[in-house]
Design a protein around this ligand. Structure first.
Ligand SMILES: *[C@@H]1O[C@H](CO)[C@@H](O)[C@H](O)[C@H]1NC(C)=O
Ligand SMILES: *[C@@H]1O[C@H](CO)[C@@H](O)[C@H](O)[C@H]1NC(C)=O
Ligand SMILES: *[C@@H]1O[C@H](CO)[C@@H](O)[C@H](O)[C@H]1NC(C)=O
Ligand SMILES: *[C@@H]1O[C@H](CO)[C@@H](O)[C@H](O)[C@H]1NC(C)=O
Ligand SMILES: *[C@@H]1O[C@H](CO)[C@@H](O)[C@H](O)[C@H]1NC(C)=O
Ligand SMILES: *[C@@H]1O[C@H](CO)[C@@H](O)[C@H](O)[C@H]1NC(C)=O
Ligand SMILES: *[C@@H]1O[C@H](CO)[C@@H](O)[C@H](O)[C@H]1NC(C)=O
Length: 498
C-alpha cells in the first residue's frame, strides 16, 4: 500500500492565484503534511466551526492502476459545492497546481460531498480525480464556458455540425496515467439544454461529451455514475491501455446520441461491470469516418467487454461502427445482458467507409424484449461529406456469436452485406431466440453474407447452413488473454481526513 504525503498548500499554492479566492476559503489549510497529524486535528476542528465539516470525506480506500503521493481537496482551491457557484476556476487552479507533481509521485484531487457546478476542465498526467460518493459534478449550462476545439482528425468534422466541437466536460490529451474514479460519485451533464438545441437545429458546434481522453495511455475510468450527458458519455480516442469499470450511465432512452462508452481508435481496452440505460448504443466501437478515418488509419483493436447490462430501446447493446474506417479488430464480449433494446450486436458500415470489422467474438448473452437479436448492414449511409471514395469497400469477416438466449424478440436477425462485397465468416452457434407472439413470419433476413450455424433456433437462413448438433460449439472464442487483462490495480488511500 502506498503511503500518502500531503502537500502543504500554504507553501505551494502558486502565487499568481487571486488571494481573494483563498481568503474566502479557510479550508485550504486542510491540505497538510501527514507528519503534522496533530495540526491536522486542530485544523479540522477549526473548520468544523464554520459548519462545513460534512464536506471533508472520511479516510477511504480505492483500487487504481497507480496511487499518488500528493493529495488535495477541491475546496482548497476555492471550490464551493452549493450547486450554484461556478467551480471552473477552482478545478483549473487545483489541477494546474497539482500538475507540478507529475514527475514527483503524482497527485489526486478529491471532490468532497456537494453539488459542484463547473465548466470544462483538463486533467493532467499521473493524476487521479476522485469523486466522493455524495459528490455531484454539474456541467455548466453556459455555452460560453465550453471552449470550441478542432474536429477529430479521423472524423474531419464534428458529428452534429461541420467544423469544431465543444470540448468535453472532463478532457485530457497527450497524457499518461490518469484515473477518474470515485465511490460512485455522479457526473451530471444536464443534457436537456443541449438536446433541445440539437432538436431545434440551434447548435453552432458539435455537443460536448462528458469524458474524453485523447492520445493518452494508462487510463482508468471507474466507479462513477454518469447522468444526462449532452451527447456521448465516455470517449477514449487515439489511446491505449484503457480500463472502464463499474460505471453506471443513465440518460432518457429518447435522448439524442447519448452513447455510453465509445472506444475509438484505441488499442487494448477493457470495459467491465457497467450498467447503461441510454438513448443510443450502450457501447459503440469506432475508428474514424470515411476518407478521414482511412487517412488517419488507427484501428480499435484488442477490446474486451465483460458483464455489461444495457437498456436502449432504440439502439444496440454493442455497435461496431458506423464510423469504422480505421478498422475494428479483435473484440471479445462476454456475459452481456440486454433488456428492452433494439439489437444485441450490430455492425454498421457503408460503401465509402473502407476499413474493416474482423475477428469479433461474443460468448454468453441474455436478451429480453428485442427487435433484432443481431443486425448488420452495409448500407448505413451517413457520410462525413460527399468526398468519400466510392471504391472504399469495407471488409467484414470472422464474426462469431455463441451461447445466446433471447426472449420476446420481434425478428431473429437482419444480416445484410454489400452486393459484390459479402460479409463472410459469420458463425452463430448455440443460439436460442424465442420470438414474440406478434413477430414476423420470416425471422431471418439475409443478403450478401456467408457463414455457418449450429444449434440455432429458429432455423437460420440458407446462407448460414446448419453444421449439425455436434458442432454446437462451432463458433470460436479466443482462449489467450489480451495484454489489458494483465494490467494490475492496487489499493490506494485518500489519507487521513478525520
Ligand atoms: C469499484 O467498486 C467496487 C465495489 O465497491 C469495488 O469492488 C471495485 O474494486 C471498485 N473498482 C475500482 C476500479 O475502483
Ligand atoms: C484544455 O485543452 C485544450 C486542448 O489542448 C485547450 O484547447 C483548452 O483551452 C484547455 N482548457 C483549459 C481549461 O485549459
Ligand atoms: C499529442 O499527440 C499527437 C500524436 O502523437 C500529436 O500529433 C500532437 O501534436 C500532440 N499534442 C500536443 C498538444 O502535444
Ligand atoms: C451507483 O449509483 C447508481 C445511481 O444511484 C446506482 O444505480 C448504482 O447501483 C450504484 N452502483 C454501485 C456499485 O453502488
Ligand atoms: C450560434 O451563433 C449564432 C450567430 O452567431 C448566435 O446568435 C447563437 O447564439 C449561437 N448559438 C449558440 C448556442 O451559441
Ligand atoms: C414483449 O415485447 C413487446 C414489444 O415488442 C412488449 O410490448 C411486451 O411487453 C414484451 N413482453 C414481455 C413479456 O416482456
Ligand atoms: C449453450 O449456451 C448456454 C448459455 O446460453 C450454456 O449454458 C451452454 O453451456 C452452452 N452449450 C454449449 C454446448 O456450449
Amino acid at each position: 500500500m502506498h503511503s500518502l504525503h500531503f502537500v502543504p498548500a500554504t507553501k505551494q499554492i502558486p502565487t499568481g492565484l487571486p488571494t481573494m479566492e483563498f481568503s474566502r476559503s479557510p479550508r485550504r489549510t486542510q491540505v497538510i503534511e501527514m507528519v503534522s497529524a496533530f495540526v491536522l486535528l486542530i485544523l479540522l476542528s477549526i473548520s468544523s466551526v464554520d459548519g462545513q465539516k460534512a464536506c471533508v470525506p472520511e479516510n477511504f480506500e480505492y483500487m487504481a492502476i497507480s496511487c499518488r503521493a500528493h493529495s488535495a481537496l477541491l475546496t482548497d482551491f476555492g471550490g464551493v459545492g452549493d450547486g450554484i457557484t461556478s467551480n471552473t476556476e477552482a478545478f483549473k487552479a487545483a489541477i494546474n497546481h497539482l500538475s507540478q507533481f507529475e514527475s514527483d509521485g503524482g497527485s489526486q484531487l478529491i471532490v468532497p460531498a456537494g453539488r459542484w457546478l463547473t465548466g470544462s476542465f483538463n486533467v493532467t498526467s499521473h493524476f487521479t480525480l476522485f469523486l466522493h460518493k455524495d459528490a455531484v459534478l454539474l456541467a455548466s449550462q453556459d455555452v460560453n464556458e465550453w471552449t470550441v476545439i478542432e474536429p477529430l482528425p479521423s472524423y474531419g468534422r464534428g458529428r452534429d455540425t461541420a467544423g469544431g466541437r465543444y470540448i468535453s466536460l472532463i478532457f485530457g490529451t497527450n497524457l499518461t496515467d490518469v484515473v477518474i474514479t470515485g465511490g460512485n460519485g455522479t457526473i451530471d451533464g444536464q443534457g436537456d439544454l443541449w438536446w433541445g438545441k440539437f432538436h431545434k437545429g440551434e447548435l453552432n458546434y458539435t455537443r460536448p461529451y462528458l469524458i474524453e481522453i485523447m492520445y493518452s495511455e494508462n487510463i482508468q475510468i471507474s466507479n462513477l455514475t454518469l447522468v444526462n450527458s449532452p451527447s456521448w458519455n465516455v470517449h477514449p480516442v487515439y489511446s491505449r491501455n484503457v480500463v472502464v469499470q463499474g460505471i453506471t450511465i443513465l440518460a432518457p432512452v429518447t435522448s439524442p446520441n447519448t452513447d455510453g462508452i465509445n472506444p475509438d481508435s484505441c488499442l487494448n481496452t477493457r470495459i467491465e461491470d457497467c450498467y447503461i440505460v441510454s438513448g443510443d448504443d450502450c457501447v459503440a466501437v469506432k475508428s474514424g469516418w470515411d476518407e478521414y478515418g482511412i487517412a488517419f488509419g488507427m484501428p480499435t483493436k484488442q477490446l474486451v467487454i465483460r458483464r455489461l447490462t444495457c437498456i436502449s430501446p432504440f439502439s444496440a447493446v454493442i455497435a461496431l461502427g458506423s464510423e469504422m474506417s480505421g478498422g475494428i479488430e479483435d473484440v471479445r464480449a462476454e456475459d452481456i445482458v440486454a433488456i428492452n433494446t433494439e439489437s444485441g450486436v450490430r455492425i454498421k458500415t457503408a460503401v465509402g467507409r473502407g476499413g474493416y470489422v474482423k475477428d469479433i467474438y461474443l460468448r454468453g448473452m441474455t436478451m429480453e424484449t428485442m427487435k433484432w437479436a443481431f443486425w448488420m448492414t452495409g448500407n448505413y449511409g451517413s457520410h462525413a461529406d460527399n468526398n468519400y471514395d466510392p471504391n472504399a469497400i469495407p471488409v467484414i469477416q470472422n464474426i462469431n456469436y455463441r451461447d445466446v438466449v433471447a426472449k420476446n424478440v420481434t425478428m431473429a436477425a437482419r444480416l445484410e452485406g454489400i452486393s459484390g462485397d459479402p460479409f463472410t465468416g459469420i458463425c452463430l452457434s448455440n443460439v436460442t431466440i424465442e420470438l414474440a407472439k406478434m413477430s414476423k413470419k420470416a425471422p431471418w433476413t439475409c443478403t450478401d453474407i456467408a457463414g455457418i450455424s449450429s444449434g440455432v433456433i429458429p432455423q437460420p437462413c440458407d446462407l448460414l447452413p446448419d453444421q449439425g448438433p455436434e458442432k454446437i460449439a462451432a463458433c470460436n472464442f479466443p482462449t489467450d488473454s489480451l495484454p489489458i487483462d494483465q494490467l494490475e490495480v492496487q489499493t490506494c488511500s485518500s489519507g487521513k481526513y478525520l
